[in-house]
Design a protein around this ligand. Sequence first.
Ligand code: FRU
Length: 524
Amino acid sequence: MNTTQFLLPARKTIIGCCVFLMMILSVFQELAGQKTLTWTEEQHRPQFHFSPEKHWMNDPNGLVFYDGEYHLFYQYYPEATVWGPMHWGHAVSRNLIHWSHLPIAIYPDSLGYIFSGSIVIDHQNASRLSVTPEHPPMVAIFTHHDPQGEKTGTQTFQSQSVAWSADRGRTFQKYQYNPVIQNPGIRDFRDPKVIWHRPSAQWILVLAAYDKVMIYGSKNLTDWNFFSSFGVDGDHRLWECPDLFPIKVEKTGEEKWVLITSIQKGAPNGGTGTSYFVGDFDGKNFIADPSAQQWLDYGTDNYAMVTWSNITDGRTLAMGWMSNWQYAQQVPTKNWRSAMTLPRELTLHKIGNQYKLYTMPVKELEQLYQTNLPVYSGHVPSDGLLYKQQTLSRILVSAEESPASEVKIQFSNALGEELVAGFDPHKKTFYIDRSNAGESNFFPGFASRHESDPVTSDGPFVWEILLDQSSVEIFGMKGECAMTDIFFPTKPFSAASIVCQDADRKNLKIQVNSMNSIWKDHEK
Ligand code: FRU
């Protein structure tokens, strides 16, 4: 035997032993909670939704498109996985789908924590904040929340302030004469959202003032005049994170205004939720149409949804915080808490006499659809099984007409846990049932079934379902009905089946795509 013949098998044995030892070590590290799991391994980590690298996140803030980048700032507490002194975290994306995490953008200061707010690009430098005219200032308008003032029982501990950036949001300076809107004596006075109002050539700001919205105007983003307020007689629930924007009605091109307001109590399926009014805005007053307040989402987990500013392709794009204040701080994730909804396109439709805001995932999401895997495309298979080895999927169910009986999609794992999404054609409602979808003992009532209001649009039946590791979003009738729910299975849901009556079996068409993870590159 020559030396090479002897060394080769020996080397193989040594390598084999090393691999074996590393595997044992990794198992021990995992058991001891020391191993850093990659983002595709971490339990519950959303794979195609934005989540912070670590620690606590709530509302999206300062959504703005600038110089080819979609910015996502967000309420962030960098020292724990529960709410605390608020900063603005920051991420950017060039396609609304793949996000890069950036350092914290705005820190608390002597005036207090940095609560929710918005960003605009001051193209004309009317604010005179920028000293280099080739870089228009990116201006953040946010709430300063003074925790000392709150403790000492004053009513005036929230006021509106400005910070600006000349380097594409990488660093911000606070305006030296903050706050720019003093508190008029209202305990809950926060979450300014600013838009450019072309007809009156000025900035318009809406903020939540307890149970109503207050509207202000300014020519320069730092001097603000109060114009009007809008509320609902007899409704004294707490409003947060308003948004006001014009939008053209599909097919007719008529322009209407939408006022979004998030509500802290009494959402259709409990806790916090995002609502809206459709109406008109004359530059000073918002006048709602007689139709009542409507819900933007019938699930439990879409709060503080607001739109992007400075979008140049005419779309209205929005994102919400995918949780609910009822249990956001108790959900069983380890290193981080909360994710955002998918970015969505909002469109306005007139059905009969009523205007309705539809929401659909942005078309950019299609780049994550995988087509090379054995997923189902056709009519309902006889055993109903759509797949049994995927964890992320998009399912599109359609038919010329509404199904005759109930249709359900069941996502399940080997432990018998399941998440069910369904449509009831008799009531014309969609629902999500997470009553047996995994961990739920962190909040009584988390294990529950949520149902939408009846849909009203005619036309073909279209129902899209997007399943991530710990969330499901459903879009019924091309976005007339949106529902967003989170859940926490002990093991990922890896199989999906459709359940329907024979009469519907031949009419329903199903297309299933598995989805790519947006974090694959993150791990390279
Ligand atoms: C909404 C909200 C806002 C506030 C922020 C604080 O979720 O309560 O009203 O600005 O969160 O983090």
